[in-house]
Ligand binder design. Structure first.
Ligand code: ATP
Ligand code: MG
Length: 416
């Protein structure tokens, strides 16, 4: 059993982290549904093609991060590294064109073969929203508002900045691409090896490079906005105006890119300085060309994803609202066991969360009640039980009262 440990970059989620995950997911579902999004759950693995085509061969994810394997039938499959590709595939294979516009939300594990470090895992979790079939900037504005509402509800927005940019439409981007190629070609000797490859295949992606030398070069590179046509400039203005109308603050970051060909117009990231190097908690953009590239009908799309681990790390400093605190049942002596079992089940049927340490004396059981942060303990001694009574102890106040066994459920109402 030499390998009886989690695989590098994977984690067990329990205790406070599990509570934070649940809290974030619950908030997310509530806010997403307020915005009219419907849940979608796509398979954890897809044909490798689905991701290769959508993310592009030159992307970090496809070129070095995918968990790809052959199944027993010889098919090449890949564990999903993100949600958008699966949703786009579901849209096409499910023939959902008639139902446009579609607004989806989803959440769950994602897999990327990355170098594990703080905020970067090989199995991590995302919440994700997508809108399909809406080429208007209203979709961009509403998805950003959804993100802001969620982060506000989680109590995090004061530590987070919304950075946005526009990649313009295809025409603008091609003009810009030419300018970029000219610029970087003049500085080929200073480009990293990865970026030399990008220069051939997808020069926009150089802007996203994490290499120090590349970044210095990028600082002097031409800026996309200078190459915008009217359509691109107008679209971006409408998104910014919409955010202003909703009172959402943002910073325009002209260096922010998502370097895929089918990305267009709005790109954004929500960043914080509270998480060290991995400071992007939520990121997304418009991908109007994606579904067509996958072989579907031309269909506009926009979406974002946030890493639950990074949000959980931020939330854990805040107060996570408790799920209902438990009621602890404490039988005093062996005679009270059956009555305790019965009361516990009755209370559960009435909707209480009930714990009963299965063993130990009263002291031990009370210790457990405190550890679980129970609101009350119901002490059941055989003498009392013979009179149809139990003792209900308020664990915050330390006060206690003798209550009729039949009235316990009513009495506990105050602790719900
Ligand atoms: P980065 O530049 O940090 O690698 P990315 O562009 O690969 O980010 P996206 O694909 O946009 O990230 O994913 C959206 C969000 O998912 C990120 O902002 C982050 O919160 C989270 N995320 C991405 N990769 C990981 C990972 N390996 N571990 C934990 N969270 C991650
Ligand atoms: Mg990455």
């Amino acid at each position: 059993m030499a390998r009886l440990q989690p695989v590098r970059g994977t984690h067990d989620i329990l205790g406070d982290q599990a509570r934070a995950f649940r809290y974030i997911t619950d908030c997310f579902i509530k806010v997403a549904e307020r915005y009219g999004h419907e849940e979608i759950s796509t398979p954890i693995f897809e044909f490798t093609e689905v991701f290769k085509r959508t993310l592009g061969e030159t992307s970090d994810v496809v070129s070095k991060e995918m968990y790809t394997f052959e199944d027993r039938g010889g098919e090449s499959l890949t564990l999903r590294p993100e949600y958008t590709a699966g949703i786009a595939r579901a849209f096409i294979s499910g023939g959902l064109q008639q139902d446009l516009p579609l607004k989806f939300y989803g959440y769950g594990p994602m897999f990327r073969y990355e170098r594990p470090q703080k905020g970067r895992m090989r199995q991590f979790h995302q919440i994700d929203v997508e809108i399909l079939g809406v080429p208007e900037p209203q979709a961009d504005i509403e998805l950003l508002a959804l993100a802001v509402d969620l982060l506000t509800e989680l109590g995090l927005m004061e530590h987070i900045t919304l950075e946005i940019n526009s990649l313009g439409d295809v025409e603008s981007r091609h003009a810009y691409r030419d300018a970029l190629v000219a610029y970087f070609s003049d500085h080929k000797d200073r480009l990293s090896e990865d970026s030399l490859g990008r220069l051939e295949k997808n020069p926009l992606r150089i802007l996203d490079s994490k290499d120090e030398g590349d970044r210095e070069l990028v600082a002097g590179a031409p800026v996309l906005q200078d190459y915008f046509n009217d359509t691109s400039a107008d679209f971006f203005r409408q998104v910014c105006d919409g955010l202003d109308v909703l009172g959402i603050s943002y910073v325009v970051n002209p260096r922010l890119v998502r370097g895929l060909d089918y990305y267009s117009h709005t790109a954004f990231e929500f960043t914080t300085d509270q998480l060290g190097a991995q400071g992007t908690v939520l990121a997304g953009g418009r991908y109007d060309g994606l579904i067509e590239i996958m072989g579907g009908p031309p269909t506009a799309g926009i979406g974002w994803a946030a890493g639950i681990e990074r949000l959980a790390e931020m939330v854990s400093g805040n107060h996570i609202p408790q799920v209902m605190r438990p009621v602890s049942i404490v039988p005093v002596g062996a005679d009270a066991q059956s009555a305790a079992l019965k009361l516990a089940r009755d209370l559960r049927h009435d909707g209480y969360n009930v714990d009963m340490g299965y063993r130990g004396n009263v002291g031990k059981r009370m210790k457990r009640a405190n550890k679980l942060d129970s609101a009350v303990a119901v002490l059941m001694g055989s003498d009392e039980l013979a009179r149809g009574k139990v003792t209900v102890k308020d664990l915050d106040e330390g006060s206690q009262a003798e209550i009729d066994l039949e009235r316990v459920s009513d009495h506990l109402m105050q602790y719900r």
